[in-house]
Design a binder for this molecule. Sequence first.
Ligand code: AP5
Length: 243
Amino acid sequence: MTHTSESNLTALAGDDFLPGPVLLLGAPGVGKGTQAQLLVTKYGIPQISTGDLLRGNIARGSELGLKAKEIMSSGHLVDDEIVNQMVLHRLQEKDTHRGYILDGYPRTLEQAKYLDLTIAGPIFLPRLPVLAVSIVVPYDQLLERITGRRICSTCKHIYNMFSNAPKVVGVCDFDGASLMQRGDDTEAVFVERMKTFEAQTAPVVAHYHDLGRFEEADGNQSVEAVNIAIEQAIIKLRGATRR
Ligand code: AP5
């Protein structure tokens, strides 16, 4: 993919361009959440992270949270049925009508089929095909990203102690709130999450590739460069699938 500046991207897509439903796929730590936050700011459409929704349930002590907690801390996947219903429920909110960024869903072929056939086109606006962008980062970079990650407990901004540290250790640059570390961001759980990714989520990547609604973005470059690569991929795919 060629390098393009931010202003060229706007010229390419038009000021009123909306990406519609977009899936961000990729292994743990490739930068799905970081990139989703940038797309939210640019396009004003919501990020729907199934990991965040599940962690919200754990924090509230809901029945779903109680079921999910142990599974997540072992690096395995929460049941398809639970996650599908959670996404179905979230997509009923009005803020998704112009598009949305799905971060961390679908993660199994069952979830992908549910999304394609039941949720995305038939029920919810916008009635555009979902597009998938897979962010790719070499395995040996991912451990540092995972163990170095810190997240603002209030605004959820994502930092990294090695590559993108806050100005003051443990404190968010934007709102002064404390930073937290996820319970599953240990080396041992990361290894399990990677095994789960290879076994259950890699086929989802192949699924969208086979449908022709798929692009890869090199995630092993600066956050800004990855952002441009993802936007280029979306513009290309949306052009290709616009009817
Ligand atoms: P989830 O929360 O989705 O975790 P994940 O997929 O493992 O992805 P991460 O959130 O760890 O990474 P990311 O790609 O968002 O990276 P980030 O931008 O933060 O899922 C957690 C668990 O919930 C699962 O294991 C499962 O149990 C359950 N679950 C969730 N969804 C499910 C589903 N659909 N079905 C069943 N179960 C489900 O970046 C990582 C770090 O890298 C940060 O520190 C960041 O600052 C840094 N970084 C980002 N970009 C760059 C860059 N370009 N250069 C250098 N550093 C960078």
